[in-house]
Design a protein around this ligand. Structure first.
Ligand code: DHB
Length: 389
């Protein structure tokens, strides 16, 4: 009798330990679902952000609020239909507390309804069309917006006697933002956009549009192209002799992309661009970031890497605040964060959930045999002009 009782007790104890153990193991891990273009047209964006996430975890560990953090990276091949399917799987099957990544605007837009429905915070680390943050109240952005970069560059153009401009943008969301906000600002201050040209988002051929630019003879050509197209564009610009014809090239920093800049050669020298991040940003915090990134990955971080690195920071700090909970508690922890990014001081605006940051005007220069975007002017604490309607 005594013995039987003991065995029963022991069995019960084993069962409850097992049950309890399972419950603990589950709630002891929080999963972050990262969807990136690791292959396809935007593969360089995926490579940069993936490397930055790995650096963040190597530096900050995989424990937050007493829980183990598991980062699940999925490749959407730069195709939004795949992004949507992967986002659904990550939410439903993996029960991630946050979605993150999003290399291009269409990928972010198709995921927004899933974030809303499941109340899953969605950290946009790359895509940069203004309207993305309005597509779901669960979107938080750590990249930038094209209106931020384009307005700052138009103001620089106005102050520097650039009057007649042709605009050339990729034919989708961020391109339309760049074209509109650059044009509105430069014309407000007596500049003129002579022609608005667009190239396909995928596999663009720059020859026909560059011929049009040559014929129009503007003071400057303003360009936005998504990360990864800058080097091919720059080569054609040089080969067609536009630089020699006295047409000045001005661009958002996506074109003088640190991922490719060093291979662009002489034609890139002196190009003025506007952006939120340069690998040459002269602060101790950025030097530390760039040195650690290069040591770990053997290539230079670009603006995509910084969006990914800061996105991880935003998620980690929010998990600390929510004690590992997801949903609205996690979202609340993301809003209003202020911190020193490698790019400078930033704020996640609690109202818009978009990033407020300095925009720098830079010029491509050679230093120690390498090409860099050297900052020479800045506009402080820029809120997305796309939201000041
Ligand atoms: C987007 C993609 C880019 O590669 C970039 O440099 C800017 C914006 C986008 O699709 O939103």
């Amino acid at each position: 009798m005594h013995k039987r009782h003991l065995i029963a007790l022991a069995a019960a104890a084993v069962t409850s330990v097992t049950l309890f153990g399972n419950a603990l193991a589950q709630s002891d891990t929080v999963k972050i679902g990262v969807i990136l273009p690791m292959t396809g047209q935007q593969a360089s964006t995926g490579r940069q952000i993936d490397a930055a996430i790995k650096l963040w975890v190597a530096q900050n560990g995989n424990k937050v609020a007493g829980k183990k953090v598991e980062v699940i990276v999925k490749d959407d091949g730069s195709l939004p239909d795949a992004t949507r399917r992967l986002a659904q799987e990550l939410v439903v099957n993996d029960k991630v507390v946050a979605l993150a990544g999003f290399g291009i605007t269409p990928s972010a837009m198709v995921t927004a309804p899933i974030a809303t429905q499941s109340k899953t915070p969605m950290v946009v680390m790359a895509a940069a069309t203004s309207a993305i943050t309005e597509a779901s109240p669960y979107v938080v952005r750590t990249s930038f917006t094209l209106p931020q970069a384009s307005v700052a560059l138009a103001e620089w153009a106005n102050k520097n006697n650039v009057k007649k401009v042709v605009s050339l943008v990729a034919d989708y969301g961020p391109g339309y933002d760049a074209e509109k906000f650059f044009t509105d600002r430069i014309t407000l201050n007596s500049g003129q956009v002579m022609e608005k040209l667009r190239t396909p988002m995928r596999a663009p051929d720059f020859a026909p549009v560059l011929q049009k630019v040559r014929d129009a003879k503007p003071d400057a050509l303003f360009v936005f192209l998504p990360s990864g197209q800058g080097a091919a564009f720059m080569k054609q610009f040089g080969e067609r002799g536009l630089d020699k014809a006295g047409i000045r090239l001005i661009a958002t920093g996506d074109v003088t992309d640190d991922d490719q800049l060093n291979d662009m050669g002489e034609v890139a020298m002196g190009v003025v661009s506007s952006h939120h991040y340069s690998a040459a940003h002269p602060t101790p915090a950025n030097k530390k970031f760039v040195d650690a990134f290069v040591a770990a990955h053997k290539f230079r971080p670009n603006f995509m890497a910084v969006g990914g690195y800061d996105g991880m920071r935003v998620i980690y700090k929010a998990l600390e605040a929510s004690k590992g909970a997801g949903g609205d508690a996690l979202l609340a922890g993301m809003k209003g964060q202020i911190f020193e990014s490698p790019r400078g001081q930033v704020l996640i605006d609690a109202q818009t959930r978009d990033i407020v940051q300095d925009i720098y005007i830079r010029k491509v220069e050679k230093k120690d045999g390498q090409l860099w975007n050297i900052e020479f002017d800045s506009v402080k604490a820029v809120k997305d002009p796309g939201k000041l309607k």
